[in-house]
Design a protein around this ligand. Sequence first.
Ligand SMILES: NC(=O)c1ccc[n+]([C@@H]2O[C@H](COP(=O)([O-])OP(=O)(O)OC[C@H]3O[C@@H](n4cnc5c(N)ncnc54)[C@H](O)[C@@H]3O)[C@@H](O)[C@H]2O)c1
Ligand SMILES: O=P(O)(O)OC[C@H](O)CO
Length: 340
Amino acid sequence: MTDKQPIAVLGGGSFGTAIANLLAENGQQVLHWMRDPEQAAAIKNDRENPRYLKGIKIHSGVEPVTDLSATLAQCQMIFVALPSSALRQALQPVADQLKGKMLVSTTKGIEANTFLLMSQILEDIAPEARIGVLSGPNLAREVAENALTASVVASEDEDLCRQVQAALHGRTFRVYASSDRFGVELGGALKNVYAIIAGMAAAMGMGENTKSMLITRALAEMTRFAVKLGANPMTFLGLAGVGDLIVTCSSSKSRNYQVGYALGEGLTLEAAVARLGEVAEGVNTIKVLKAKAEEMQVYMPLVTGLHAILFEGRTLDQVIGALMRGEPKTDVDFISTSGF
Ligand SMILES: NC(=O)c1ccc[n+]([C@@H]2O[C@H](COP(=O)([O-])OP(=O)(O)OC[C@H]3O[C@@H](n4cnc5c(N)ncnc54)[C@H](O)[C@@H]3O)[C@@H](O)[C@H]2O)c1
Ligand SMILES: O=P(O)(O)OC[C@H](O)CO
């Protein structure tokens, strides 16, 4: 035991487990909160979380716990690794305990109806908390296996960024700082949708040219959308933008990619999600994103095409045909031609 305050990680899934281990490897005492007492007891005994990260040894500095209120009472720094669909309902009842704490969201999703990002929900629940986001190309299994990895902590609160960097920076994990919380978080939420498309393309045996076209046009599309919402497009050139887009669109370890792959093999969306058995945030994001793009009048042909396949009964062939026949466009939207 150290006399340092413990750090809390909320969420017993793959990313919560990976972050908890990373913190413990850096000498932090970690309270890893999960809702399921059986899971917590099993992790305590076996030092493994087999459902989500089979074969990864859980560090002795990680203590699985199930009392959320007692956990929050002991910690100043709290990482939130809950699915987006659960974040508000899990934390609203303990809102009073979040005042003044550092809350760092690792959750990459968008709330249906409100279009709020997860750190905005945290702000809504706990206006007096200190809020940040951790996002980047961070596949949980690779983080847990100590593959060399980089991430971004984003917050208007510079001291929070420094403290998160100090807690997470280690032999295999580098943390860069950003003051653009909105842009960093939006990048993490949007790329999940394009990873579903990339998985479909892979299952259909499409070529390397096609994969590159998809990733690049996805970046153009998500940046166009982000700019319309007031975000800084330069953030999308960083780890939490193009970095995360590349890893999620090209790795079969990504759950969103896996859902897309299953769809490309002919499974229904329900069957693809059931086969996965884990969170694929892009499935929920696609609906809210399509609605928001329409409301804001942003041209997002990839989002529109995926939505048409998943929810409007269009076939892949029809959508691909429409995409390729679309009116020719400019390559990069944000190049200023003035002065040239
Ligand atoms: N896995 C990754 O590689 C990775 C990397 C970076 C960010 N993320 C993000 O982290 C978030 C969590 O993803 P994950 O991969 O850990 O998911 P996961 O599917 O591996 O696990 C989800 C966990 O949340 C728990 N949970 C579900 N509903 C809950 C509730 N109401 N209250 C408490 N716990 C609840 C589940 O029991 C499970 O332990 C997602 O938004 C994801 O985008 C994941
Ligand atoms: O497994 P995914 O598709 O949720 O992606 C995991 C991470 O977000 C990759 O950075």
